[in-house]
Write a protein that binds this ligand. Structure first.
Ligand code: ZN
Length: 124
């Protein structure tokens, strides 16, 4: 009984709750760093990458300090990133991560996305 959707629905709901907690935690930072105009904007447009600002239907939860380095699986240690930015942020932790995100641009992200998608030609 009650097998319709089952575990998948529960997992999706849990992820949605987690996303809301992450946005609530980081909303002031998103405004201070000019990634959002206001806290309201964070929740109206919650579906964009914290690093490049692009809206994608699927975004990933990236740990700022890796779990294997003792980072917490907690909203204070998680950013919402697109696939390309998550890839670029790997192996950067703590202060190094924040140094990276301060200078990373949408153009950097789009170039990396092209490479991840198999583009091997010249890059401007
Ligand atoms: Zn991104």
């Amino acid at each position: 009984m009650g097998s319709k959707g089952g575990r998948g629905v529960t997992m999706r709901r849990r992820k949605a709750f987690k996303r809301a907690a992450i946005l609530a935690y980081w909303a002031p930072w998103l405004v201070v760093t000019n990634r959002a105009d206001s806290v309201m904007d964070v929740f109206d447009c919650g579906g964009w990458c914290f690093a490049c600002g692009m809206r994608y239907p699927r975004l990933q939860h990236a740990h700022i300090k890796a779990l294997c380095e003792g980072g917490a699986d907690d909203p204070s240690n998680i950013h919402v990133l697109c696939r390309a930015c998550h890839s670029a942020s790997e192996h950067r932790s703590g202060d190094a991560y924040f140094d990276w995100i301060a200078t990373w641009t949408l153009v950097d992200s789009l170039k990396l996305r092209a490479i991840l998608d198999g583009y091997t030609g010249a890059m401007p």
